[in-house]
Design a protein around this ligand. Sequence first.
Ligand SMILES: [Zn+2]
Length: 346
Amino acid sequence: MRGFGFAEHGGLDRLAYVDIPEPAPGPGEVRVRLRAAAFNRLDRFTLEGIPGVAVERPHVLGSDGAGVVDRTGGSDDGVRVGSKVLLNPGIWDGTCDACRAGDEALCRSYRIVGEHLQGTVTRSVVVPGRNVHPLPERLSFAEGAAAPLVFETAWRALATVGRVAPGARVAIVGAGGGVSTAAVQVAKLLGCHVVVASRSAERRERALALGADAFLTFDEEHPLDRALWEESAKRGLDVILDSVGAPTLPRSVRALARGGRVVVIGATAGPTVELDVRTLFWRQASIRGSTMASAREFDEVLAHLAAGRLRPVIEAELPFDRAEEAFRRFDRGHPFGKVVVDAPPD
Ligand SMILES: [Zn+2]
């Protein structure tokens, strides 16, 4: 079957349509005939090659997908052929200490569809039966593909790792990315005062329309910590969600209130930072990492999506034969929300 991804790691010039065998589900697994897939920042890193992660090549990109179950290998999760579903792209073994303790995101053999495994920008994908969930009625296939990874990431980062409480002052660094558009909604749902900080003023109206209480811009002249400090009326922020990394993380730490947390969920602009640790201990601040979500957290997010309390933001939806255009559009970093690619027709 045709898929979109790469045969060799590298830059955007390596993007290609590839052929891989159509997978067959084994015991406990199901096959989903995909209808839509969506890109994430992870796809760019997978294309380039992530140290320590070996991928089968040719490789199909895409962690998120939604479609219809067309075959089961004897799944004991009650999944029926013909069910409309969306995927939880995080695969856990169910047997290690973390899984048995109910925190599958810490699974020792955690893998992600489209990163460690063949992805969703293709005709079909095989996952464990427990990784498919009924597509909520109010969501289209495109929305079902746009929601999972970014919403589960935002949920765990804010609710579990960030421990936000109603009234907490939360800043989200970066506007427009899939996780950012999800995180604004999640933080508002959890009762927080939400500030979005971006270098790009043109995203103000859309961030505010999503529910952000304030939007601020920063640059070299007016750096992030000063902007956040002013915004918080010189009280500092309780939780800052930072996915940018090198250029913003030290500034994020300096904008924290006493006891505040920076939750790191990515490093889109570079992984290595120099940090003055004195900014941590006096304010008893902490930096924590978060990625993906447990099965319970995924279920919580799905319930909110099904009830319409969270809504995926889609910048564009393109047909399969324009997948490269879709990837480049997303990769330029300008979209507001997700870029969805329709699955190839029969
Ligand atoms: Zn495990």
